[in-house]
Design a protein around this ligand. Structure first.
Ligand SMILES: Nc1ncnc2c1ncn2[C@@H]1O[C@H](COP(=O)(O)OP(=O)(O)OP(=O)(O)O)[C@@H](O)[C@H]1O
Length: 306
């Protein structure tokens, strides 16, 4: 299958700074990928390279089968981009700006009304953009990225400035596009909201790619302990402790709730002990490492290795 994006040993230097350092990955049609990393990790630089706004210092990059930095980037019309800070001419109305972008992408003007309604901007569409809030500008930015039925959608911190209801709406739109076969790359600092949404996570640290995989793959690779949380009847915590034996990070939270860690290899055995029908457990919850935990782990590991 032809990859939508293919990066091979990409390096982008700004003088002494390696903004992107030996990064390689392939994105297939219909994939959704989250790029995460601290400020300055190289996320925006990667977007610029994929858009052809910047040339790699070394390495090869293909986007929709083309070299994006080549003068004629034929596939650009099938590429949607929402930059981190969207800026429009404040004197124009939302509708005027969208007509302009629809024209650039050869998209039918009829689509404008649908999309305005979808993101709740119909009532404001004939007002000058200088009267819009940050969230409204962000929604306008999202609409312009959706013209031309993009095969590849690059979204740089797209949910910044959106309230929780609009974030939800935003992810629904993105998911619909993905189901139609579009490939989505988004960067974000909001790790909790990515956890259930991105099929693949790429973690960047100071220009280097330090992890690349689904959350399940990253969990397996990291081998972090899971947390087992047990509810017991009042005064039964000691009985539970005797049943499970010595475990790391044993904590009695209140008279009824006990927590402890289980290394991946010890998990099944500990769950068996906890759920022994003669034991005191009334309820058990397994807490997997979150994306926050995994992110901290891979950055720490990279810090130790470099
Ligand atoms: N045009 C430039 N000239 C010099 N240095 C640059 C340039 N663009 C980016 N950099 C540097 O490259 C590194 C990566 O920057 P980049 O903007 O890609 O990070 P980012 O992960 O998008 O950060 P943020 O989350 O803050 O947007 C940083 O050290 C930045 O200062």
């Amino acid at each position: 299958m032809t990859a939508i994006v293919e990066l091979e040993h990409i390096e982008k230097r700004y003088g002494a700074i390696a903004a992107v350092d030996d990064v390689s990955f392939r994105l297939e049609p219909g994939e959704s990928v989250a790029l995460i990393g601290h400020n300055g990790a190289g996320k925006t630089t990667l977007f610029k390279l994929m858009l052809g706004l910047s040339r790699p210092t070394s390495g090869h990059i293909r986007v929709l089968g083309d070299d994006p930095a080549a003068g004629e980037f034929a596939a650009r019309k099938r590429l949607g981009y929402l930059p981190e800070s969207v800026s429009f001419n404040g004197a124009l109305t939302g509708r005027e700006v969208l007509s302009f972008y629809a024209h650039l992408k050869d998209a039918p003007a009829a689509k404008i009304d649908d999309l305005l309604a979808r993101v709740g901007l119909t009532a404001a569409s004939n007002r000058p953009i200088r009267t819009y809030s940050k969230g409204m500008r962000q929604r306008l930015g999202l609409i312009q990225a959706l013209f031309g039925d993009p095969l590849l959608l690059l979204l740089d911190e797209p949910t910044t400035g959106l309230d929780p209801a609009l974030r939800l709406e935003f992810y629904e739109i993105v998911q619909e596009l993905q189901q139609k076969g579009a490939t989505i790359v988004l960067s974000s600092h909001a790790l909790t909201e990515l956890e259930e949404r991105a099929r693949r996570i790429i973690i960047l640290n100071r220009g280097r790619m330090v992890a690349n995989g689904s959350i399940e793959q990253l969990r397996r690779l990291a081998g972090l302990p899971i947390r087992i949380r047990v509810t017991v009847a009042s005064g039964q915590a000691q009985r539970l402790s005797t049943l499970v034996g010595p475990v790391p990070n044993w904590r009695e939270i209140n008279g009824h709730l006990v927590e402890f860690d289980a290394a991946p290899g010890a998990k099944i055995d500990l769950i068996r002990r906890v759920t022994d029908e003669t034991g005191p457990a009334e309820d058990v919850t397994i807490v997997q490492p979150t994306l926050d935990d995994l992110y901290a782990h891979f950055l720490r590991r990279h810090g130790e290795a470099s």
